[in-house]
Design a protein around this ligand. Structure first.
Ligand code: SF4
Length: 355
């Protein structure tokens, strides 16, 4: 087939056109989509629903696969970090977060490496290789659901990579994942986190995908933000906030802001006052994240009491602020710690799938 996409990244309409081209019945498209996205299978050889001849034709086509290589379980909470091996021998990581059994969230990767260069983030310390395909993003969910024998309630694109730097594949993934004949997750249960790619935020506001958008802010001053996030040299906070206003007007979805608290970098009264200046009278939400330490960034998080006081001061001044509960730090699976290679640590259970 002449397509830049693997067949498990195609919509039913695209599969249907292809079936017609290769002289197969159109209903096979529906069956194939069901096989990939409802049954969540990719070993076409094992599909009993298809005749042998049809399977032979499909086997020759490009189909993305990922291999569950290793799972590491936290002993402190029910967080599980997954390492997946891709067909070109690169690795990515995803994290399963269990919120006291009531609902579960998967944090998914969208790229192999990240070229955004945020100083505090492990994902950018390895070389940037490529964006993931839509199927490779989907397969992270399917593999984890199969491994845990469950259906997850939410997904967040906050793993390795900047989702909007892989715009086309991410949008295709979101639409496939929402498709009524596939997993059919509501957009309200999906979150995309961006470091603030203004052009893509504006483009995304026209996609008719009303999900939760989160902006990684991390400083309320452009000058300070440029010191920790190179993308701030391209887009100012003013431009980001304007793009967020447009996104809200077009989708009706409110936007939240992530603010990683780094001691002596962005945790002073001056920072609080600037946040208040930016967010006063805007119904936007700030999620404070204690810095999760990595070897390559020699900074610490403020202590718990300090963080609580930071939050209380924001609230006192009329800002809607919460503190994100850190999960998975003992297995290097917390925010900013994913890096797509094998990790070791104390207090962990490792389940190797490759032996
Ligand atoms: S925080 Fe996000 S955008 Fe920044 S380097 Fe890490 S993965 Fe990339």
């Amino acid at each position: 087939m002449e397509s830049k996409y693997a067949i498990n990244s195609l919509f039913p309409e695209e599969l249907k056109n292809w079936m017609i081209q290769i002289g197969e019945s159109a209903f096979r498209a529906k069956q194939l989509f069901h096989f990939f996205h409802k049954e969540q299978l990719s070993e076409i050889e094992k599909a009993t629903v298809f005749p042998k001849q049809f399977i032979e034709k499909i086997r020759k086509e490009k189909m993305d696969k990922i291999v569950l290589w290793k799972r590491v379980d936290s002993k402190k909470d029910n967080t599980k970090k997954y390492l997946f091996k891709l067909q070109d021998n690169h690795y990515i990581e995803s994290v399963y977060l269990d919120n006291q059994g009531s609902h579960s969230t998967l944090c998914l990767s969208t790229q192999v490496g990240c070229r955004m260069g945020c100083h505090f983030c492990a994902s950018t310390k390895q070389a940037f290789i490529r964006g993931l395909t839509s199927a490779e993003i989907l397969l992270q969910v399917y593999e984890i659901e199969r491994d845990l024998n469950c259906k997850v309630n939410n997904i967040v694109l906050m793993g390795i990579g900047e989702p909007f730097d892989n715009y086309e594949a991410v949008v295709r993934f979101l639409k496939l994942f929402h498709h009524p004949d596939g997993h059919h997750m509501s957009y309200r249960n999906m979150t995309v986190s961006t470091c603030g790619l203004v052009d893509e935020i504006l483009k995304f506001s026209l996609e008719d995908i009303p999900l939760n958008l989160t902006i990684s802010l991390h400083s309320a001053f452009d000058k300070d933000r440029r010191l920790i996030m190179p993308i701030a040299k391209k887009y100012s906070i003013f431009q980001i906030l304007n793009a967020c206003d447009v996104y809200f007007q077009r989708t009706g979805r409110r936007i939240s802001f992530e603010y990683t608290l780094i001691h002596d970098v962005n945790d002073t009264m001056r920072d609080i006052n600037q946040l208040v200046k930016l967010f006063k009278n805007k119904s936007m939400h700030i999620n404070l994240i204690p810095l999760n330490e990595i070897d390559e960034y020699n900074k610490q998080s403020p202590n718990t009491d300090y963080i609580k006081n930071f939050q209380q001061e924001l609230i006192r001044q009329g800002i809607n602020a919460t503190i994100r509960k850190s999960q998975g730090a003992d297995i290097q699976g917390a925010c900013g710690q994913l890096r797509g290679k094998e990790t070791k640590g104390e207090d962990i259970i490792e389940i190797n799938r490759n032996n």
